[in-house]
Design a protein. Sequence first.
Length: 340
Amino acid sequence: MQRIVLIGCGFMGATHGSVYRLLPNAMVGAVVDSRGEAVRASLRSCGLEEVPVFTDFATAAAQGDFSVADICLPTDLHRSTALQAFESGMHVFCEKPIALTMEDARAMTAGAREAGRQLMVGHCIRFWPEYVELKRIIDSGEQGRLLSLSMGRHAGRPGYSIGDWVNQPERCLGAALDLHIHDTDFLVHLLGLPHSVTSRGIRDKTGWSSITTQYGYGETVVTAEGAWNYPERWGFQMRFSALFEHAALDFDSRAQPSLTLTIGSMPPVPVDLPQIECLSVETGGNITLLGGYYQELAYFVDYLERGVPVAMSTGEHATESLRVVLAEIESAATGKLLNP
Ligand SMILES: NC(=O)c1ccc[n+]([C@@H]2O[C@H](COP(=O)([O-])OP(=O)(O)OC[C@H]3O[C@@H](n4cnc5c(N)ncnc54)[C@H](O)[C@@H]3O)[C@@H](O)[C@H]2O)c1
Protein backbone atom coordinates (compact mmCIF):
# COMPACT_ATOMS: atom_id res chain seq x y z
CA MET A 1 0.00 0.00 0.00
CA GLN A 2 1.46 3.38 -1.02
CA ARG A 3 0.98 6.13 1.57
CA ILE A 4 0.65 9.48 -0.17
CA VAL A 5 1.20 13.00 1.06
CA LEU A 6 -0.71 15.23 -1.36
CA ILE A 7 0.93 18.64 -1.65
CA GLY A 8 -1.27 21.37 -3.08
CA CYS A 9 -5.01 20.87 -3.05
CA GLY A 10 -6.32 23.15 -5.78
CA PHE A 11 -7.66 21.90 -9.12
CA MET A 12 -5.10 19.15 -9.72
CA GLY A 13 -4.69 18.18 -6.07
CA ALA A 14 -8.43 17.48 -5.81
CA THR A 15 -8.30 15.54 -9.09
CA HIS A 16 -5.44 13.36 -7.85
CA GLY A 17 -7.23 12.92 -4.53
CA SER A 18 -10.28 11.59 -6.40
CA VAL A 19 -8.12 9.09 -8.26
CA TYR A 20 -6.32 7.81 -5.15
CA ARG A 21 -9.70 7.09 -3.56
CA LEU A 22 -10.38 4.71 -6.44
CA LEU A 23 -7.04 2.89 -6.25
CA PRO A 24 -6.94 -0.15 -3.95
CA ASN A 25 -3.18 0.07 -3.36
CA ALA A 26 -2.89 3.77 -2.42
CA MET A 27 -4.15 5.97 0.38
CA VAL A 28 -3.79 9.68 1.02
CA GLY A 29 -2.44 10.03 4.57
CA ALA A 30 -2.00 13.80 4.68
CA VAL A 31 -2.63 16.94 2.65
CA VAL A 32 -0.34 19.96 2.61
CA ASP A 33 -1.68 23.31 1.47
CA SER A 34 -0.82 26.84 2.57
CA ARG A 35 -4.58 27.58 2.68
CA GLY A 36 -4.92 25.11 5.55
CA GLU A 37 -8.46 24.21 6.56
CA ALA A 38 -9.83 26.24 3.62
CA VAL A 39 -9.16 23.18 1.44
CA ARG A 40 -11.67 21.07 3.42
CA ALA A 41 -14.41 21.75 0.85
CA SER A 42 -12.18 20.37 -1.93
CA LEU A 43 -11.35 17.37 0.22
CA ARG A 44 -15.03 16.71 0.83
CA SER A 45 -15.63 16.81 -2.94
CA CYS A 46 -13.11 14.02 -3.44
CA GLY A 47 -14.11 11.99 -0.38
CA LEU A 48 -10.99 12.76 1.67
CA GLU A 49 -12.66 14.79 4.45
CA GLU A 50 -11.02 12.67 7.18
CA VAL A 51 -7.45 13.34 6.04
CA PRO A 52 -5.34 15.69 8.22
CA VAL A 53 -4.30 19.00 6.61
CA PHE A 54 -0.94 20.70 7.24
CA THR A 55 0.24 24.07 6.03
CA ASP A 56 3.84 22.97 5.49
CA PHE A 57 5.44 19.86 4.09
CA ALA A 58 8.16 19.43 6.77
CA THR A 59 5.56 19.12 9.56
CA ALA A 60 3.47 16.66 7.55
CA ALA A 61 6.54 14.57 6.66
CA ALA A 62 7.52 14.35 10.35
CA GLN A 63 4.02 13.06 11.29
CA GLY A 64 3.81 9.96 9.18
CA ASP A 65 5.57 7.31 7.20
CA PHE A 66 4.89 8.38 3.61
CA SER A 67 6.22 6.57 0.56
CA VAL A 68 5.08 9.14 -2.04
CA ALA A 69 4.92 12.92 -2.30
CA ASP A 70 2.40 13.96 -4.95
CA ILE A 71 3.16 17.57 -5.90
CA CYS A 72 0.29 19.64 -7.28
CA LEU A 73 1.76 23.04 -6.51
CA PRO A 74 2.34 26.04 -8.79
CA THR A 75 5.22 25.22 -11.13
CA ASP A 76 7.82 27.50 -9.51
CA LEU A 77 7.54 25.40 -6.32
CA HIS A 78 8.14 22.00 -7.95
CA ARG A 79 11.93 21.91 -7.61
CA SER A 80 12.30 22.82 -3.93
CA THR A 81 9.41 20.55 -2.90
CA ALA A 82 10.61 17.57 -4.92
CA LEU A 83 14.13 17.87 -3.48
CA GLN A 84 12.69 18.03 0.03
CA ALA A 85 10.67 14.88 -0.69
CA PHE A 86 13.70 12.97 -2.00
CA GLU A 87 15.67 13.99 1.09
CA SER A 88 12.83 12.55 3.19
CA GLY A 89 13.11 9.25 1.28
CA MET A 90 9.90 9.60 -0.73
CA HIS A 91 9.16 8.85 -4.37
CA VAL A 92 7.67 11.82 -6.23
CA PHE A 93 4.79 12.23 -8.62
CA CYS A 94 5.00 15.83 -9.81
CA GLU A 95 2.46 17.63 -11.94
CA LYS A 96 3.60 18.90 -15.32
CA PRO A 97 5.51 20.89 -16.42
CA ILE A 98 8.41 19.49 -14.42
CA ALA A 99 9.82 22.99 -13.85
CA LEU A 100 10.32 26.42 -15.41
CA THR A 101 14.01 26.00 -16.30
CA MET A 102 16.34 23.24 -17.46
CA GLU A 103 18.49 23.86 -14.39
CA ASP A 104 15.56 23.15 -12.08
CA ALA A 105 14.49 20.08 -14.07
CA ARG A 106 18.02 18.63 -14.02
CA ALA A 107 18.28 19.27 -10.27
CA MET A 108 15.08 17.25 -9.81
CA THR A 109 16.19 14.28 -11.91
CA ALA A 110 19.59 14.34 -10.16
CA GLY A 111 17.85 14.50 -6.77
CA ALA A 112 15.82 11.39 -7.60
CA ARG A 113 18.88 9.50 -8.84
CA GLU A 114 21.00 10.38 -5.82
CA ALA A 115 18.23 9.40 -3.40
CA GLY A 116 17.45 6.20 -5.33
CA ARG A 117 13.81 7.28 -5.61
CA GLN A 118 11.40 7.44 -8.56
CA LEU A 119 10.27 10.64 -10.24
CA MET A 120 7.28 10.59 -12.54
CA VAL A 121 5.76 13.73 -14.09
CA GLY A 122 2.06 14.17 -14.85
CA HIS A 123 2.14 14.23 -18.64
CA CYS A 124 -1.32 12.72 -18.63
CA ILE A 125 -1.81 12.90 -22.41
CA ARG A 126 0.56 9.94 -22.75
CA PHE A 127 -2.19 8.03 -20.89
CA TRP A 128 -5.26 9.73 -22.40
CA PRO A 129 -7.38 7.11 -24.23
CA GLU A 130 -7.78 9.00 -27.56
CA TYR A 131 -4.06 9.77 -27.73
CA VAL A 132 -3.15 6.21 -26.75
CA GLU A 133 -5.27 5.08 -29.72
CA LEU A 134 -3.45 7.51 -32.03
CA LYS A 135 -0.11 6.07 -30.92
CA ARG A 136 -1.40 2.52 -31.39
CA ILE A 137 -2.49 3.20 -34.97
CA ILE A 138 0.83 4.88 -35.84
CA ASP A 139 2.93 2.13 -34.24
CA SER A 140 0.89 -0.69 -35.83
CA GLY A 141 1.17 0.83 -39.32
CA GLU A 142 -2.35 -0.48 -39.98
CA GLN A 143 -3.42 2.70 -41.83
CA GLY A 144 -0.10 3.23 -43.58
CA ARG A 145 2.42 5.97 -43.01
CA LEU A 146 1.55 9.11 -41.03
CA LEU A 147 1.50 11.97 -43.57
CA SER A 148 0.50 14.86 -41.33
CA LEU A 149 -0.53 15.56 -37.75
CA SER A 150 -2.04 18.76 -36.42
CA MET A 151 -2.68 19.16 -32.69
CA GLY A 152 -4.42 21.88 -30.72
CA ARG A 153 -5.31 22.93 -27.20
CA HIS A 154 -7.41 26.05 -26.68
CA ALA A 155 -9.01 27.68 -23.67
CA GLY A 156 -10.56 30.84 -22.39
CA ARG A 157 -8.34 33.06 -20.29
CA PRO A 158 -7.56 31.18 -17.06
CA GLY A 159 -9.04 32.88 -14.03
CA TYR A 160 -9.21 29.82 -11.78
CA SER A 161 -5.76 29.38 -10.20
CA ILE A 162 -5.38 30.05 -6.47
CA GLY A 163 -3.58 33.40 -6.13
CA ASP A 164 -3.69 33.80 -9.96
CA TRP A 165 -0.21 32.28 -10.33
CA VAL A 166 -0.90 31.08 -13.91
CA ASN A 167 -1.13 34.69 -15.08
CA GLN A 168 2.27 35.56 -13.60
CA PRO A 169 4.91 34.80 -16.27
CA GLU A 170 7.69 34.25 -13.72
CA ARG A 171 5.67 31.48 -12.05
CA CYS A 172 4.16 29.80 -15.09
CA LEU A 173 5.59 30.99 -18.46
CA GLY A 174 2.10 31.29 -19.94
CA ALA A 175 0.13 28.94 -22.17
CA ALA A 176 3.27 28.16 -24.18
CA LEU A 177 4.61 26.12 -21.27
CA ASP A 178 1.66 25.33 -19.05
CA LEU A 179 -0.89 24.27 -21.70
CA HIS A 180 1.00 23.58 -24.90
CA ILE A 181 3.61 21.29 -23.27
CA HIS A 182 0.93 18.58 -23.23
CA ASP A 183 1.07 18.37 -27.03
CA THR A 184 4.83 18.84 -27.29
CA ASP A 185 5.40 16.07 -24.75
CA PHE A 186 3.03 13.77 -26.59
CA LEU A 187 4.77 14.45 -29.91
CA VAL A 188 8.15 13.57 -28.36
CA HIS A 189 6.58 10.38 -26.96
CA LEU A 190 5.06 9.58 -30.36
CA LEU A 191 7.73 10.59 -32.85
CA GLY A 192 10.90 11.30 -30.84
CA LEU A 193 12.71 14.63 -30.56
CA PRO A 194 12.00 16.94 -33.51
CA HIS A 195 15.13 18.04 -35.36
CA SER A 196 13.82 21.62 -35.52
CA VAL A 197 11.07 23.94 -34.28
CA THR A 198 9.72 27.13 -35.84
CA SER A 199 7.22 28.99 -33.67
CA ARG A 200 5.05 32.09 -33.70
CA GLY A 201 3.29 33.34 -30.64
CA ILE A 202 1.30 36.05 -28.93
CA ARG A 203 2.80 37.61 -25.84
CA ASP A 204 0.91 39.75 -23.36
CA LYS A 205 1.37 40.78 -19.76
CA THR A 206 0.54 37.22 -18.63
CA GLY A 207 3.36 35.73 -20.76
CA TRP A 208 3.13 33.70 -23.99
CA SER A 209 -0.64 33.26 -24.10
CA SER A 210 -0.56 31.59 -27.54
CA ILE A 211 2.05 29.60 -29.46
CA THR A 212 1.98 27.76 -32.77
CA THR A 213 4.85 25.52 -33.84
CA GLN A 214 5.89 23.66 -36.93
CA TYR A 215 8.09 20.70 -35.96
CA GLY A 216 10.80 19.18 -38.13
CA TYR A 217 9.96 15.47 -38.44
CA GLY A 218 11.30 14.64 -41.90
CA GLU A 219 8.53 14.15 -44.44
CA THR A 220 5.69 14.11 -41.89
CA VAL A 221 4.11 17.56 -41.55
CA VAL A 222 3.54 18.26 -37.84
CA THR A 223 2.07 21.37 -36.21
CA ALA A 224 0.61 22.20 -32.79
CA GLU A 225 -1.10 25.26 -31.38
CA GLY A 226 -1.69 26.02 -27.70
CA ALA A 227 -3.60 29.13 -26.65
CA TRP A 228 -5.50 30.33 -23.63
CA ASN A 229 -6.17 33.87 -24.84
CA TYR A 230 -9.71 33.06 -26.03
CA PRO A 231 -12.66 34.88 -24.40
CA GLU A 232 -12.90 33.92 -20.72
CA ARG A 233 -16.04 31.80 -21.09
CA TRP A 234 -15.01 30.10 -24.34
CA GLY A 235 -14.37 26.84 -22.49
CA PHE A 236 -11.73 24.24 -23.31
CA GLN A 237 -10.91 22.12 -26.30
CA MET A 238 -8.20 19.64 -27.12
CA ARG A 239 -8.00 18.13 -30.58
CA PHE A 240 -5.86 16.41 -33.16
CA SER A 241 -6.18 15.47 -36.78
CA ALA A 242 -3.94 12.71 -38.13
CA LEU A 243 -3.78 11.89 -41.80
CA PHE A 244 -2.43 8.47 -42.79
CA GLU A 245 -1.94 6.96 -46.24
CA HIS A 246 -5.25 5.05 -45.90
CA ALA A 247 -7.32 6.91 -43.28
CA ALA A 248 -7.85 10.02 -41.15
CA LEU A 249 -8.17 9.87 -37.35
CA ASP A 250 -9.83 12.94 -35.82
CA PHE A 251 -10.30 13.88 -32.17
CA ASP A 252 -12.20 16.87 -30.82
CA SER A 253 -12.97 16.92 -27.08
CA ARG A 254 -16.02 19.15 -27.78
CA ALA A 255 -17.55 16.89 -30.45
CA GLN A 256 -19.80 13.87 -30.03
CA PRO A 257 -18.52 11.32 -30.97
CA SER A 258 -15.15 12.77 -30.02
CA LEU A 259 -12.94 10.31 -31.93
CA THR A 260 -13.64 9.18 -35.50
CA LEU A 261 -11.82 7.15 -38.11
CA THR A 262 -12.49 7.80 -41.80
CA ILE A 263 -11.25 5.13 -44.21
CA GLY A 264 -11.25 5.49 -48.00
CA SER A 265 -14.68 6.47 -49.36
CA MET A 266 -16.56 5.41 -46.17
CA PRO A 267 -18.13 8.03 -43.83
CA PRO A 268 -16.43 8.74 -40.45
CA VAL A 269 -16.96 5.95 -37.89
CA PRO A 270 -16.82 6.55 -34.09
CA VAL A 271 -13.92 4.77 -32.37
CA ASP A 272 -14.80 2.87 -29.19
CA LEU A 273 -12.52 3.51 -26.25
CA PRO A 274 -11.98 1.78 -22.89
CA GLN A 275 -14.72 2.50 -20.33
CA ILE A 276 -12.25 4.13 -17.94
CA GLU A 277 -12.61 7.33 -19.94
CA CYS A 278 -16.11 7.72 -18.52
CA LEU A 279 -14.95 8.00 -14.91
CA SER A 280 -15.60 11.56 -13.88
CA VAL A 281 -15.60 13.66 -10.73
CA GLU A 282 -17.01 17.01 -9.79
CA THR A 283 -14.41 19.54 -8.63
CA GLY A 284 -15.43 23.10 -7.91
CA GLY A 285 -18.65 22.70 -9.90
CA ASN A 286 -16.82 21.39 -12.98
CA ILE A 287 -16.91 17.84 -14.22
CA THR A 288 -13.41 16.48 -14.78
CA LEU A 289 -12.89 13.31 -16.78
CA LEU A 290 -10.41 11.13 -14.95
CA GLY A 291 -9.29 9.11 -18.01
CA GLY A 292 -5.60 9.98 -18.34
CA TYR A 293 -5.29 11.17 -14.72
CA TYR A 294 -6.55 7.82 -13.46
CA GLN A 295 -4.34 5.83 -15.81
CA GLU A 296 -1.12 7.71 -14.99
CA LEU A 297 -1.53 7.45 -11.21
CA ALA A 298 -2.65 3.80 -11.40
CA TYR A 299 0.47 3.13 -13.47
CA PHE A 300 2.76 4.95 -11.01
CA VAL A 301 1.35 3.22 -7.94
CA ASP A 302 1.43 -0.18 -9.67
CA TYR A 303 5.11 0.24 -10.59
CA LEU A 304 6.00 1.30 -7.04
CA GLU A 305 4.10 -1.66 -5.60
CA ARG A 306 6.01 -4.04 -7.87
CA GLY A 307 9.34 -2.29 -7.19
CA VAL A 308 9.90 -1.74 -10.92
CA PRO A 309 11.45 1.52 -12.24
CA VAL A 310 8.84 3.74 -13.86
CA ALA A 311 9.34 3.75 -17.65
CA MET A 312 6.68 6.25 -18.82
CA SER A 313 6.72 9.99 -18.26
CA THR A 314 9.84 9.95 -16.13
CA GLY A 315 11.68 13.05 -14.94
CA GLU A 316 14.08 12.57 -17.86
CA HIS A 317 11.21 12.44 -20.38
CA ALA A 318 9.68 15.58 -18.88
CA THR A 319 13.06 17.34 -19.03
CA GLU A 320 13.36 16.58 -22.77
CA SER A 321 9.86 17.96 -23.38
CA LEU A 322 10.70 21.09 -21.39
CA ARG A 323 13.81 21.54 -23.56
CA VAL A 324 11.69 21.45 -26.73
CA VAL A 325 9.10 23.91 -25.38
CA LEU A 326 11.82 26.32 -24.23
CA ALA A 327 13.26 26.17 -27.78
CA GLU A 328 9.76 26.90 -29.14
CA ILE A 329 9.46 29.94 -26.88
CA GLU A 330 12.89 31.14 -28.01
CA SER A 331 11.93 30.60 -31.64
CA ALA A 332 8.73 32.62 -31.12
CA ALA A 333 10.76 35.40 -29.51
CA THR A 334 13.52 35.51 -32.14
CA GLY A 335 11.74 34.34 -35.29
CA LYS A 336 14.50 31.75 -35.82
CA LEU A 337 14.29 28.06 -36.67
CA LEU A 338 15.94 26.25 -33.75
CA ASN A 339 17.24 22.76 -33.08
CA PRO A 340 16.09 21.72 -29.61
N1 LIG B 1 -2.11 17.67 -15.93
C1 LIG B 1 -3.01 18.62 -16.16
O1 LIG B 1 -3.90 18.48 -16.99
C2 LIG B 1 -2.93 19.90 -15.35
C3 LIG B 1 -4.05 20.76 -15.31
C4 LIG B 1 -3.95 21.89 -14.52
C5 LIG B 1 -2.80 22.17 -13.81
N2 LIG B 1 -1.72 21.32 -13.90
C6 LIG B 1 -0.48 21.58 -13.15
O2 LIG B 1 -0.72 21.26 -11.77
C7 LIG B 1 -0.01 22.17 -10.92
C8 LIG B 1 -1.00 22.84 -9.99
O3 LIG B 1 -1.98 23.52 -10.76
P1 LIG B 1 -3.47 23.76 -10.22
O4 LIG B 1 -4.29 24.12 -11.41
O5 LIG B 1 -3.91 22.63 -9.37
O6 LIG B 1 -3.24 25.08 -9.34
P2 LIG B 1 -4.22 25.65 -8.21
O7 LIG B 1 -3.90 27.11 -8.12
O8 LIG B 1 -5.63 25.25 -8.47
O9 LIG B 1 -3.75 24.88 -6.87
C9 LIG B 1 -2.49 25.11 -6.28
C10 LIG B 1 -2.63 24.79 -4.79
O10 LIG B 1 -1.34 24.93 -4.19
C11 LIG B 1 -1.51 25.63 -2.93
N3 LIG B 1 -0.24 26.30 -2.62
C12 LIG B 1 0.31 27.38 -3.25
N4 LIG B 1 1.50 27.69 -2.70
C13 LIG B 1 1.71 26.78 -1.70
C14 LIG B 1 2.78 26.56 -0.79
N5 LIG B 1 3.88 27.34 -0.77
N6 LIG B 1 2.67 25.53 0.09
C15 LIG B 1 1.56 24.74 0.10
N7 LIG B 1 0.51 24.92 -0.74
C16 LIG B 1 0.60 25.92 -1.64
C17 LIG B 1 -2.65 26.59 -3.18
O11 LIG B 1 -3.26 27.01 -1.98
C18 LIG B 1 -3.58 25.75 -4.06
O12 LIG B 1 -4.50 25.01 -3.28
C19 LIG B 1 0.74 23.11 -11.86
O13 LIG B 1 2.05 22.66 -12.07
C20 LIG B 1 -0.05 23.03 -13.16
O14 LIG B 1 0.73 23.32 -14.31
C21 LIG B 1 -1.80 20.18 -14.63
